[in-house]
Design a protein around this ligand. Structure first.
Ligand SMILES: NC(=O)C1=CN([C@@H]2O[C@H](COP(=O)(O)OP(=O)(O)OC[C@H]3O[C@@H](n4cnc5c(N)ncnc54)[C@H](O)[C@@H]3O)[C@@H](O)[C@H]2O)C=CC1
Ligand SMILES: O=C(O)[C@H]1O[C@H](OP(=O)(O)OP(=O)(O)OC[C@H]2O[C@@H](n3ccc(=O)[nH]c3=O)[C@H](O)[C@@H]2O)[C@H](O)[C@@H](O)[C@@H]1O
Length: 446
């Protein structure tokens, strides 16, 4: 098939490269001309494992092309995907300007029938608006092409975007138009083992709400575990044992039960906020999600609280080695990252910070600039030099098996604040390092 994809971000680019790999002729458009120019020359705008090779393969096979020309993209192919950013403000009001700009552009340029698919995460009712904008733009120039709209939310995770695109757990197809259902079914069939079970066809509104409900459920599980971690800490229990204990119940399942420094990233927080806002407007306040948000807000401050406890409030002039900045491993994405909260608190308390992250330092620098007292370090070891203690915020593989003896001899007051429960507390303590985890009981009893 010939596919046009609007948006070359984390989702659009991963999706475009995977579709090109599957043999489709993909034209990927972005409003950011510099991004497109870079991509045309093989330069990646973001870090996502396996994606660079896939983009290169698509380019050299001639299956994947990039353009900044919205007209060219609007004229390309059978199915046109809208995969642009849909930010939400602090109240949860979603900005649909980019989605509507693409819809308008397709309506202004399209010269034949089309299926237009909304893959961006957008509130219930957006597909209706997209259809109205498309129709208005077509009729303004007297065009009578048939344009069917579908909703096809994306569930990939950053850090495993390529794998998730190649092997989705399920594909939600929100459409009632038979041609749209047929095209999307044929497109996705090769990506799932059992199409009858994994391709879920439903109406627009249910598809739109499914996306928000999925992210809200994931956020709820994380906040639940972070609250249980607090209970564990005070009760002298270990949340890691509790996690295994409940995750082995098939009704609960083992995934997304990891207590930590709070959930970050571009979507969980944004989508919970947007869902609450939409429900509020319908007069249906979501009390559970209000608590999920509040718990996450508190959790992002947890590592700082543990440090305050350790230093008995005297953090000024202490030097903190910080391992990990990205909101999760295998990405350079700093959007809503818990590390940003920790950095601000440390700076406000007068601490010096020495950080290392394998991929996110350029993006982090662009956000915090030289605002606080920070040294950007090329290696994890460099970040330890001259530091009092170590805090881990992102569980990158490179931090998994550190040389504990070396940490003990390098840190001035050896202590590890493990924001992702990555380390074995007994091993760390045996090396002569104080250990603070999230919900590991021992931290508070000390
Ligand atoms: N990042 C993620 O893991 C996931 C994101 N989503 C959703 O997918 C959508 C895209 O997210 P990301 O890829 O993270 O965003 P992103 O911010 O990484 O990329 C969006 C791209 O769209 C481009 N764009 C904006 N207006 C445009 C226009 N009129 N024409 C062409 N390109 C335009 C931007 O320049 C940018 O490169 C959002 O709605 C998000 O909520 C869904 C699942 C996963
Ligand atoms: O809509 C989206 O953008 C995407 O949002 C999340 O994906 P993503 O944000 O890329 O990453 P996650 O793996 O969900 O992690 C989000 C945050 O939760 C934290 N987390 C995750 C899992 C866990 O058990 N505990 C936990 O604290 C991570 O450290 C990270 O900060 C969802 O997992 C995807 O299904 C969805 O498509």
């Amino acid at each position: 098939m010939k596919l046009a994809i609007f948006g070359a971000g984390y989702v659009g680019l991963s999706f475009a490269a995977c579709m090109a790999e599957a043999g489709h002729e993909v034209l990927c458009a972005d409003a950011d001309a510099a991004r497109i120019e870079g991509l045309q020359q093989g330069r990646m705008p973001l870090h996502e494992p396996g994606l660079e090779a896939l983009v290169a393969a698509g380019l050299s096979a001639g299956k994947l092309r990039f353009t900044a020309d919205e007209r060219a993209a609007s004229l390309h192919g059978d199915v046109l995907f809208i995969v642009v950013n849909t930010p939400a403000d602090a109240q949860g009001d979603v900005d649909l300007r980019h989605v509507m700009a693409v819809a308008r552009s397709i309506g202004q340029h399209r010269d034949r029938d089309a299926v237009v698919v909304c893959k961006s995460t957008a509130p219930v009712g957006t597909a209706e608006q997209v259809e109205a904008v498309l129709r208005a733009a077509l009729s303004q120039r007297g065009a009578a092409h048939r344009v069917a709209v579908a909703v096809n939310p994306e569930f990939l995770r950053e850090g495993s975007a390529v794998r998730d695109c190649r092997q989705p757990d399920r594909v939600v197809i929100g459409a009632t138009d038979p041609a749209a259902i047929d095209l999307l079914t044929r497109l996705y069939e090769p990506f799932v083992r059992d199409p009858a079970k994994q391709l879920l066809v439903m109406d627009w509104r249910s598809a739109e709400l499914t996306k928000y409900a999925a992210n809200a459920m994931l956020a709820t599980r994380i906040s639940f575990m972070n609250e249980m971690a607090r209970v564990a800490e005070h009760a002298g229990a270990d949340i890691e044992m509790v996690r295994r204990g409940i995750g082995s119940d098939r009704r609960i399942g083992p995934d997304f039960l990891q207590a930590g420094a709070g959930y970050g990233g571009s979507c969980l927080a944004k989508d919970v906020r947007a869902l609450r806002h939409a429900a509020d407007r319908e007069g249906q306040p979501l009390r559970l999600l209000a608590a999920v948000e509040a718990a996450n807000h508190e959790q992002k401050g947890r590592l700082f609280e543990l440090m305050t406890h350790h230093f008995e409030g005297r953090i000024a002039n202490k030097t903190i080695a910080l391992w990990g900045l990205a909101f999760k491993p295998d990405t350079d994405d700093m959007r809503d990252a818990p590390s940003l909260v920790l950095l601000e608190r440390l700076w406000a308390a007068g601490a010096h910070v020495q950080v290392h992250d394998p991929a996110a330092m350029p993006n982090a620098r662009a956000i915090v600039g030289e605002r606080g007292d920070v040294r950007w370090c090329d290696t994890p070891e460099d970040a330890l030099q001259g530091a009092d203690v170590l805090a881990l915020v992102t569980e990158w593989p490179v931090f998994r098996r550190p040389d504990l003896a070396r940490i003990a001899s390098t840190l001035k007051a050896p202590a590890i604040f493990d924001g992702r429960n990555l380390y074995d507390a007994a091993e760390v303590e045996a090396a002569g390092i104080a250990y603070y985890g999230i919900g590991r009981g021992r931290s508070v009893r000390r």
